[in-house]
Write a protein that binds this ligand. Structure first.
Ligand SMILES: [Zn+2]
Length: 297
């Protein structure tokens, strides 16, 4: 019989992952006893499910009869998840203690911002959440546990099935990499694309991957302020101006641009000294803007 974690790892894409977590929130995996698994030779009448390759196809007539009952349910539910999966983030955690309320699904975990969760063991859990609420989730985590929670939170987007890999491959890579740091503080590894998990060292080298928890929260807060104070067209302009090769032209254009801004936006850019930032700092700021909400002033 497949365990819930086995079913999770059958997910081809983010929508299937969320559908699997939702399905097993309501159902137990023991609906198929061992003897119902395909045992004999595969024949035309005795085909295994084309998704899990273990259980027999369900009796449903129609196109979905290539799936067993559970896969049929998961695939059908996943078709309703398209919109959600576009702004979903996955967290794979290896920590010294489980977050308060995760098991009982209270507090943050009771809100519609959590799209699914699974506790593998007291040190490992999986969480799929609204990516705009990562800051709120981390703040709640620290509120309850402060410095006593230690370990690694790997944060990455969901993905579709591509020739570079699927959701299952991404999860497997996250699991493989989760014990690479000592359990002496809480760290975040932030991947802005799921496939960065296959080349984590590149992102690490650029200083865009691993952060101490407070440092990561500060970066999210900066992205939040930046997104809220600068209009989208000005955000684009900043990117263009700081990439100008000629320093004199850059200084001149920057002065003109800065003079056209509202005082609070100008003060922010001045105090952060953005023109002196490295290319990778800027890229990270713009990536994190996709993970924070816009606050209208
Ligand atoms: Zn199946």
């Amino acid at each position: 019989m497949l365990s819930i974690f086995d079913w999770i790892r059958l997910s081809d894409n983010g929508a299937e992952l969320m559908a699997t977590l939702e399905y097993f929130k309501e159902n137990k995996p023991d609906i198929f006893p061992e003897e119902k698994a395909i045992a004999g030779p595969v024949t035309l009448m005795n085909r295994p499910c084309s998704r899990c390759w273990i259980y027999p196809c369900s009796d449903n007539s129609g196109t979905d009869s290539i799936f067993c009952k559970t896969c049929h349910e998961i695939v059908a539910r996943s078709r309703q998840m398209g919109r959600k999966s576009r702004y979903a983030s996955v967290v794979w955690a290896n920590v010294n203690l489980l977050p308060k309320n995760l098991n009982s699904r209270k507090g943050f975990y009771a809100t519609s911002n959590v799209f699914g969760s699974y506790i593998l063991e007291p040190s490992h859990f999986l969480l799929v959440l609204n990516r705009y609420k990562i800051k709120d989730w981390l703040q709640e985590l620290l509120l309850y546990h402060g410095g006593s929670i230690k370990g690694l939170l790997q944060i990455f987007p969901t993905c579709g099935s591509t020739n570079r890999g699927n959701m299952n491959d991404i999860l497997a890579r996250a699991i493989q990499q989760d014990a690479r740091f000592p359990m002496n503080m809480l760290r975040v590894r932030f991947f802005s694309s799921p496939f960065q998990l296959f080349a984590a060292h590149k992102r690490e080298k650029s200083g865009m991957l691993t952060f101490e928890i407070m440092e990561f929260l500060d970066l999210l807060q900066m992205a939040f302020i930046y997104r809220s104070l600068l209009r989208p067209e000005d955000q684009q302009l900043v990117k263009e101006l700081i990439s100008l090769e000629n320093p004199n032209e850059r200084r001149f254009q920057w002065g003109r641009f800065s003079g056209s801004l509202k005082p609070e936006a100008r003060d922010m850019l001045d105090s952060w000294n953005i023109p002196m930032w490295t290319k990778h700092q800027i890229i990270l700021l713009y990536e994190l803007m996709e993970y924070v909400e816009y606050a209208s002033s």
